[in-house]
Design a protein. Structure first.
Length: 134
């Protein structure tokens, strides 16, 4: 699992998810802090393999998600068109394409494209401190 610290900051600012507005209520500031604190604790205690992207080395558009479903990759695109949130899904099932995605994501830990665990935790701590003190 990879994420962008810029997108995490956006979540901390507005509490929104990329879902149609009619199916959820944005998280409150205290809920946002609680969720990000849980992410931080999971990383610290190695309960979750999640990596923050190094935004200086690789760009992840906030309008796309990759979901690895073992035998296929689901690309979920979400964007606004005339102020309406639009979702599109592309399912890749060709074995070699799925393997290429797997190889890429498996290569990220320890690469220049993701932050080290300690740096990720430090950046999350900064976010938590910033928003706790607002």
């Amino acid at each position: 699992n990879v994420f962008s610290l810029k997108n995490l900051r956006r979540f901390m600012l507005d509490g929104s998810l990329y879902l149609p507005e009619e199916v959820y209520t944005p998280f409150t500031p205290s809920e946002r802090i609680m969720l990000v604190r849980q992410l931080r604790d999971d990383l610290y205690h190695d309960r979750r393999k999640t990596y923050a992207l190094n935004d200086e080395k690789i760009f992840l558009n906030s309008a796309i998600e990759f979901v690895n479903e073992y035998s296929r990759i689901r690309l979920i695109l979400h964007y606004y068109n005339h102020k309406k949130l639009v979702f599109k899904t592309i399912v890749l099932q060709e074995k070699n394409i799925v393997k290429a995605f797997d190889d890429f994501f498996d290569s990220l830990p320890g690469s220049k494209y993701v932050l080290a665990k300690e740096e990720t935790i430090a950046e999350i701590d900064k976010l938590i401190n910033e928003f706790e003190n607002k």
